[in-house]
Design a protein around this ligand. Structure first.
Ligand SMILES: NC(=O)c1ccc[n+]([C@@H]2O[C@H](COP(=O)([O-])OP(=O)(O)OC[C@H]3O[C@@H](n4cnc5c(N)ncnc54)[C@H](O)[C@@H]3O)[C@@H](O)[C@H]2O)c1
Length: 301
């Protein structure tokens, strides 16, 4: 039986094209009332076109779903959430998906390239999420999905602005997951790979044909459904593959907390970088625990 989203209200940003459109169509087909947000600009963040969101709303309605278009920029996140409340009376799901690119090698990156990417990806997700969060807390239910990128997780040539903001989105998601935990509000991050106008002509035709946005949306729906209790997670997804990532930490080396030399660090360099007996920390408490396990501390209390 398909997951049922009837009675749920989903806000999808950047839903006029590519991945966002696919998420909106899927959630709409599963019964959610969808706010199709899209500014309708170019992939480099220029211009606007309100008809882009209208077209996706028409598609959802044509298949019997419920949707409303919203042409605001994510920089005006409050207005997007207001639109959900005005039309559907609540907000249960926010998929932060809107995005642009301003690729430049780092030594050529201008303030403008940095600021614009930050405004859309990170500040935009913050504005939309902060506007929705109090409503979710109050109703005791909410689901966020942040959209990061392999470029954010691993870094990528020419994408310093984009990768910085993309990984920051996972930081935002992890803290929303912690702050929302006792209020039924969950947040997860996806790093998709999909053929879209943003991918341009980077990949060959055969690979592009496999990377359908529709192969990403089922993960989004799973993470947004009430039956899913996963929160704070990070997933890679594309072309029929879904996997979860986590932090891995070497056992590390211990030195005297009262002082040690750079030579001691150099001598332990291999140990510090040795992942053969790695652990998988999940919280700042794990950092405190590792620090507290320093054998040099024994007998010092
Ligand atoms: N396609 C991929 O392989 C890939 C890989 C990693 C991450 N992503 C991320 O997935 C998301 C969707 O990308 P896509 O490939 O579908 O690109 P896309 O260009 O097809 O869609 C992005 C949409 O966001 C909208 N948008 C841009 N700025 C906006 C703003 N200020 N307010 C509202 N809407 C705005 C655009 O109009 C566009 O419709 C982006 O966040 C992107 O960084 C995509």
């Amino acid at each position: 039986m398909a997951l049922d989203f009837r009675g749920r209200v989903a806000v999808i940003t950047g839903a006029g094209n590519g991945l966002g459109r696919s998420h909106a169509l899927l959630l709409g087909s599963l019964g959610a009332s969808v706010v199709v947000n899209d500014l309708g600009g170019s992939w480099q963040g220029e211009g606007s076109d309100a008809t882009v969101a209208d077209a996706v709303v028409a598609e959802i309605k044509a298949s019997g779903g419920e949707a409303v278009a919203n042409p605001d920029s994510v920089a005006q996140g409050d207005k997007i959430i207001e639109c959900a409340l005005d039309h559907f009376g609540r907000v249960d799901i926010v998929v932060n998906n809107a995005g642009i690119l301003r690729d430049k090698s780092f030594h050529k990156m201008s303030d403008e390239d940095w600021d614009l990417v930050y405004e859309v990806h990170l500040k935009g997700a913050f504005k939309v999420s902060r506007a929705a969060f109090p409503h979710m807390r109050e109703q005791g239910y909410g689901r966020f999905v942040m959209t990061t990128s392999a470029a954010g997780i691993y870094g990528n040539f020419g994408q310093a602005n984009y990768s910085a903001c993309k990984l920051a989105l996972h930081g935002l998601s992890q803290t929303i997951a912690i702050e929302g935990r006792n209020r039924g509000v969950q947040s997860n991050t996806i790093a998709p790979l999909a053929a879209s106008r943003m991918m341009g002509t980077i990949l060959d035709e055969k690979t592009m044909a496999r990377l359908k946005p529709e192969t990403v949306s089922p993960l989004v729906a799973q993470l947004c459904h009430e039956s899913c209790d996963t929160t704070g997670g990070l997933f890679e997804v594309g072309a029929g593959w879904i996997a979860r990532l986590r932090w891995e930490r070497s056992r590390g080396a211990y030195f005297s907390p009262s002082g040690f030399t750079v030579d001691e660090v150099a001598d332990s360099w291999d140990t510090i970088n040795d992942f053969s007996d790695a652990t998988h920390p999940t919280s700042p408490a794990d950092t405190m625990r590792a620090v507290g396990e320093n054998p040099h501390l024994v007998g010092q209390d």
